[in-house]
Design a protein around this ligand. Structure first.
Ligand code: NAP
Length: 494
């Protein structure tokens, strides 16, 4: 198995600006792809000077519009520019599968360089991708490359099956976009020659990340064939904090494991992928927390009671599901009451959605007396009936009733979340100062509701506490170990 390299794609309009980008990341990368199609016209004649100044191996790419690039001139002009550039001794040239007979290959090889023979497909993953990859190289030393855009989880499955079929073959194979993201960070695991990345402010392609995130968060230099895979499924999923929490934990306990976001639109296809990659466990977020239940061989009582599952771990050939939102919610609350019981505490839960179910289930389990207040009264009533507690609509009468259920107030609606952080579900409620106020929204870290409660002297609990609590419980299920340095990550998430 060969080493997988980190290749920085640079797309500035001047050679000088591209050189500065390389200098910023030189210590993290192995080679550079100069996307010459982004250069301003006047710069193109000086291309040959670039490799020497770069001081790292450089791939010359002058991509046509039809292949996803910026070059719009005549093909003869493009070939002429590349021939001139090769006088500077580029280590690689990227030539598309239909770019043959120009003499560029011979010039590259004579100069000690290598041809990357590439195909691009922005409309999905072709069924015959593996066969096409096998036929792509025109000469013995050519390096076949495919960059394809998976459009759904079926495509992702097809792409990972293709890696399996091409195992042992020297190649570059990249899945673009959010669906393809796992293939970029798993390049060493998938034994592909390199992965492309770019600077955060100047992303060269959909799904690129920056070299720093690739090497620190996703530990690119440490990943290998033996790495145990974990992940999170959801749609959307790229915004989640979970990879930061889990990958940091794996690193701290010295476990060769990686936690990856899998954008997922089909649970059955993901389950096939999980078997193909022997994924050992995964988190589940919106909209799959209910849908995943039908695919579990066994489930914890927390799943049955809440009708939701956010954690799945492999057990033999099947999967076992747990809802750690319940533990994640309770742990910070128990810390806040400092060992005293929640039994009999008059508690309001605002909201009656998926998260509210876990919250109410946990509170009832601890013996709290719960009032559910929700915008849609019928939904509050349905949840209250399931747990035998009180309910009210989120109107003037309902808000008045909160006053007599105010030892603890838990906010579980999406109100106050980015992009509308100034909102509160109970803007006119006057806090007395003795309430414990818990908002499970974690973005922003302190909601408008929590700010008002803190100002009135209440003890507050932020949503990130629950987020971390449920993740710590997942970590225990994934690894059998306690999450290391919990205070450290709490501080990082302040
Ligand atoms: P959900 O199932 O869609 O429920 C949404 C809830 O918000 C419902 O009660 C809904 O009331 C209410 N709501 C929405 N817009 C409203 C508005 N404009 N005014 C009043 N009420 C409104 O969502 P969920 O899964 O329960 O998630 C809710 C929030 O919890 C999200 O912000 C999520 O990020 C957060 N969460 C945090 C954690 C954590 O670890 N900290 C874990 C899970 C969830 P109706 O019934 O009237 O529609």
């Amino acid at each position: 198995m060969s080493k997988s390299r980190i290749c920085l794609s640079v797309i500035e309009t001047t050679l000088r600006a591209n050189l500065s980008r390389i200098d910023e990341y030189r210590h993290m990368i192995d080679l550079v792809e100069l996307r010459a199609d982004y250069l301003s016209r006047g710069e193109l004649t000086h291309l040959w000077r670039f490799p020497k100044k770069a001081g790292v191996p450089v791939i010359l790419t002058l991509r046509k519009k039809k292949d996803g690039g910026m070059f719009t001139g005549e093909e003869s002009g493009r070939i002429g520019l590349m021939k001139h550039a090769l006088e500077g001794g580029f280590s690689y040239i990227d030539l598309e599968e239909d770019c043959t007979g120009s003499g560029l290959e011979e010039i590259t090889v004579a100069g000690g360089g290598r041809v990357i023979r590439s195909l691009h497909d922005f409309s999905g993953v072709p069924d015959d991708l593996a066969q096409r990859m096998k036929r792509l190289a025109r000469a013995e030393k050519e390096l076949p490359k495919a960059a394809v855009m998976p459009l759904d989880t079926d495509d992702v499955l097809k792409l990972f099956s293709c890696y399996r079929e091409l195992d042992g073959m020297e190649k570059i194979l990249v899945g673009m976009g959010n669906y393809g993201f796992p293939t970029r960070i798993l390049a060493p695991y998938l034994d592909t020659y390199l992965t492309f990345c770019s600077v955060p402010e100047r992303l060269a392609a959909s799904g690129h990340i920056d070299p720093s995130t690739l090497t620190s968060l996703y530990r690119f230099r440490e990943v290998n064939r033996d790495t145990i895979l974990y992940g999170i499924i959801g749609n959307p999923v790229m915004h989640t904090f979970s990879p930061i929490i889990h990958n940091r934990g794996f690193k701290a306990i010295g476990l060769n494991a990686l936690y990856i976001p899998f954008q997922t639109d089909s649970i059955p296809s993901f389950i096939k992928l999980a078997h193909l990659l022997s994924i050992k466990g995964f988190s589940v977020t919106i909209p799959h927390k209910e849908g995943i239940i039908g695919f579990l061989a066994e489930k914890d009582v927390s799943v049955d009671a809440t009708g939701a599952c956010n954690t799945v771990v492999r057990e033999g050939d099947g999967f076992y599901g747990v809802n750690t939102d319940t533990i994640g919610f309770l742990e910070p609350l128990k810390r806040a009451v400092a060992g005293s019981s929640l039994k009999g505490k008059k508690t309001t839960v605002i909201g009656a959605g998926g998260a509210a179910k876990s919250v109410v289930y946990s509170l009832i389990g601890e013996g709290a007396e719960v009032l559910i207040v929700n915008r849609t009264g019928e939904r509050a009533q349905k949840l209250a009936d399931a747990f035998d507690c009180g309910w009210a609509s989120l109107d003037t009468g309902g808000i008045e009733r909160i006053k007599s259920y105010s030892d603890i107030i838990v906010q579980t609606t999406s109100v106050g979340m980015e992009p509308d952080p100034s909102a509160s579900p109970i803007p006119d409620y006057v806090f007395g100062g003795n309430e414990i106020v818990y908002d499970i929204v974690y973005n922003p870290p302190e909601t408008t509701l929590l700010k008002a409660a803190r100002k009135a002297g209440c003890r507050i609990i932020r949503g990130k506490e629950m987020l971390l609590g449920q993740a710590f419980a997942q970590f225990r299920l994934f690894t059998g170990r306690e999450y290391p340095d919990q205070e450290g990550i709490r501080k990082e998430f302040q």
